[in-house]
Design a protein. Structure first.
Length: 279
């Protein structure tokens, strides 16, 4: 399989309904917002979901979450040592890592572990993901909840034992990203790998349900995918990303669904996006 030859840019529109899109652990796990109340989903969160979808499709993943570990190895150091043991040359080490794990090929990875047989090395990946930001300010709601059962024998249950559950009433988030050909050549990232990333973005929230994100509460509405006709791109990534225009149909209205927005794509001569419905 040949490495990626043409630059790729993409934009995804993500709707959030009565869900905590990405909780902030230093703020009581409230949905992330900036100082102007625009919702945010971190790039790390998005990459985690993409990795999970890669795993669901049967691809070997280096950075596995604990609840999705499929090789019995409990740490990144163990995973690296098991596969890369005995390789002392840095270039051979990173080449083997890229050949083995799709997420290393895509996102890159820093290998810096304490084990004796590890090699300190870094891989820059071709797939870059921005944090997703909501088009309009979001309304964060908080529900107080009480315990209905005892946690330990002899514990006295009382109705004043309470917790909080936070969620975004509604938000439409815009996610941007790109795939760089020069870095793809270094990691061996292929056109087939790019198609896997596209499918992962289209199905980003499959098998991602939780108490904070019930099934159906988060959805990829549209995925815009531009494949340029050259390595460096016919237009800058910034210009391509800006070509997606999302505006409120009624500027005085508080949005409550995707239908409240007008979504258009500014024409870029010679570069047409593939427009894909999310799952």
């Amino acid at each position: 399989m040949s490495t990626l030859q043409n630059k790729i840019d993409f934009v995804a529109l993500i709707s959030v309904n009565m869900a905590n899109a990405n909780g902030d652990p230093i703020n009581g796990n409230r949905p992330r917002t900036d100082y102007n109340n625009y919702g945010e989903i971190s790039d790390v969160c998005i990459k985690r979901k993409i990795r999970n979808r890669m795993q669901d499709q049967g691809y070997p993943i280096f950075v596995q979450s604990e609840d999705r570990c499929d090789d019995g190895l409990g740490s990144l150091s163990e995973r690296a040592s098991t596969t890369l043991k005995g390789i002392k040359n840095r270039e051979e080490y990173t080449k083997k890592a890229c050949e083995t794990w799709l997420d290393v090929r895509a996102f890159g990875q820093v290998f810096a572990f304490k084990s004796k047989d590890s090699v300190s090395a870094g891989v820059r990946g071709p797939v870059s993901i921005h944090q997703a930001v909501s088009i309009s300010p979001v309304d964060v709601q908080t529900l107080q909840i009480t315990k209905s059962v005892n946690g330990d024998p002899g514990e006295k249950r009382s109705s004043d034992t309470m917790g909080n559950k936070h969620f975004v009433q509604f938000g439409l988030y815009l996610l941007k990203g790109s795939i760089n050909v020069q870095l793809a050549e270094k990691t061996g990232f292929t056109e087939e790998d790019a198609q896997v990333v596209k499918e992962c973005l289209r199905t980003l929230f499959v098998n991602d349900a939780s108490a904070a994100r019930p099934d159906g509460s988060m959805e990829v509405v549209k995925l815009f995918w531009w494949q340029h006709n050259c390595k460096d791109g016919q237009y800058s990534s910034a210009k391509v990303h800006r070509s997606v225009k999302v505006t409120l149909k009624d500027s005085d209205q508080i949005p409550s669904s995707v239908d409240d927005y007008a979504i258009t794509v500014e024409a870029l001569p010679g570069l047409e996006p593939e427009v894909i419905d999310g799952l």
